[in-house]
Design a protein around this ligand. Structure first.
Ligand SMILES: Cc1cc2nc3c(=O)[nH]c(=O)nc-3n(C[C@H](O)[C@H](O)[C@H](O)COP(=O)(O)O)c2cc1C
Length: 186
């Protein structure tokens, strides 16, 4: 099968990672793949923050837990009360994909970039998991101090994020796809 198609079909979410850090060249390759994503009116409205510092990752989880506890949402509160919960599992690298709130469609742009990164990582033998909790952590103007500490540019908000590292567990083949999801009109 074509290599690209194979990568798309074989990518699975990885949630258990080795401690070993990914190589700088691998990081650069996956970020470049993100930068080459399509975007509305070619605005390239994304910004990538890479965290490879254990203390910063830990602080991120603590801030997320405090926010979840105050959220009033039972599922988020349960995550905050789970001692083992880490926003990025135990991945050695996290990538936060922030979008320019004034752009035409930052959610779509950032999601195209996110998927490009997941696929590039798979092609390089890295494991990833898309982490969708950013709007819960940073929505409603929450955690501006953390945003500033992370150097997220003014006018951008975290939309998606990715845990990335070397997989410490095998992933199984993707289950069969749901039916009736396509209509072809000829
Ligand atoms: C928008 C979005 C948000 C997601 N958020 C999370 C998340 O917060 N935590 C997590 O473990 N997986 C998250 N995932 C991964 C999905 O759970 C996963 O893609 C799905 O179960 C299909 O499994 P696969 O990626 O192995 O094909 C997210 C995926 C998407 C597209």
């Amino acid at each position: 099968m074509n290599e690209v198609l194979n990568t798309i079909k074989e990518r699975r979410s990885v949630r258990v990672f080795k401690d070993e850090q990914i190589k700088d060249e691998e990081l650069q390759e996956v970020l470049e793949a993100g930068l080459y994503a399509p975007s509305a009116i070619n605005q390239q409205s994304w910004h990538f923050t890479v965290i490879q510092n254990g203390k910063v990752l830990e602080n991120f989880t603590q801030t997320a837990k405090e926010t979840f506890l105050k959220s009033g949402v039972d599922q988020l509160k349960a995550m905050a009360n789970n001692e083992k919960y880490k926003v990025f599992y135990n991945a050695p690298t996290a990538i936060i994909i922030s979008g320019d709130t004034k752009a035409a469609n930052p959610e779509a742009d950032c999601s195209a970039a996110t998927e490009n990164i997941l696929l590039a990582a798979k092609a390089l033998g890295l494991g990833t998991c898309w982490i969708g909790s950013m709007p819960y952590i940073f929505g409603n103007g929450n955690n501006e101090a953390l945003k500033n500490e992370l150097g997220i540019p003014e006018g951008y908000t975290p939309i998606n994020s990715i845990a990335i590292g070397y997989a410490a567990s095998e992933t199984t083949k993707a289950p069969a796809r749901k039916e009736n999801k396509v209509n072809i009109i000829k």
